[in-house]
Design a protein around this ligand. Structure first.
Ligand SMILES: N[C@@H](CCC(=O)N[C@@H](CS)C(=O)NCC(=O)O)C(=O)O
Length: 205
């Protein structure tokens, strides 16, 4: 049997979370290798692209979270077979990666510099992406982003909106999604209540 080992931070979120949920839904066992920030810093220079998540497949490392969630998503029935719906799914994944990168640029700032950068994000990139994503949700029919069903695009959007509304990001108003793109808040609740997603989190607690 193929051996899977997923390395990422010890948080129930971030770029690896859709991959973990997809593994759970696929019913495919994997090693959930959760590391501390210190362990990451020690290993950083040995990692391809100096980043996590990394999925080792029979010991061979593969990177890029969206490619990985698409790969495991296919095993889980969470990735469209129709090429156009697959494109719609990938568009959402790519937009969420871009938004994550905009926010990631501010993660190591402090004090006034952090406040200024986050306020700029809250006035600029975040609403731009939230509006675009709500358009993509509407295009998908309003409930899901693609294929009229749960896909890895919904999982990644769910994790992103949960992050934005969590209060974890200082200087980002927690009601930013409600104010700019209320349908994404409804989408978040819909995905949280999706039985396969809820079962994953029930197993975590
Ligand atoms: N495009 C990559 C980006 C990976 C990435 O930036 N990961 C972050 C953690 S979520 C990281 O390892 N950052 C390196 C650092 O903080 O030094 C992906 O989607 O996997």
């Amino acid at each position: 049997m193929t051996q899977y080992r997923l390395t990422y931070f010890d948080i129930d979120g971030g770029r690896a979370e859709p991959i973990r949920i997809a593994f759970h839904i696929a019913g495919v066992p994997f090693e959930d290798n959760r590391i501390s920030f210190q362990e990451f810093m020690e290993a950083r220079n040995t990692l391809r692209f100096t980043c996590v998540p990394v999925l080792e497949i029979d010991g061979k490392p593969v990177t890029q979270s969206n490619a990985l969630s698409g790969y495991i998503g296919r095993m889980a029935g969470l990735y469209p077979e129709d090429p156009l719906q697959a494109l719609y799914c990938d568009e959402v994944l790519g937009a969420l990666e871009d938004l994550t990168n905009q926010i990631a640029k501010t993660m190591r700032l402090q004090g006034d510099e952090l406040q200024e950068a986050r306020e700029q994000l809250a006035e600029g990139w975040i609403p731009t992406y939230l509006r675009g994503l709500s358009e993509l949700l509407e295009r998908g029919g309003g409930e899901y982003f693609a294929d009229n069903r749960l896909t890895v695009a919904d999982l990644r959007a769910f994790i992103e909106t949960r992050w934005l509304t969590s209060g974890f990001l200082d200087h980002i108003p927690t009601d930013i999604v409600t104010n700019v793109a209320p349908t994404l808040v409804e989408h978040n609740a819909r995905i949280a209540a999706e039985p396969r997603v809820a079962a994953y989190y029930a197993g975590r607690h």
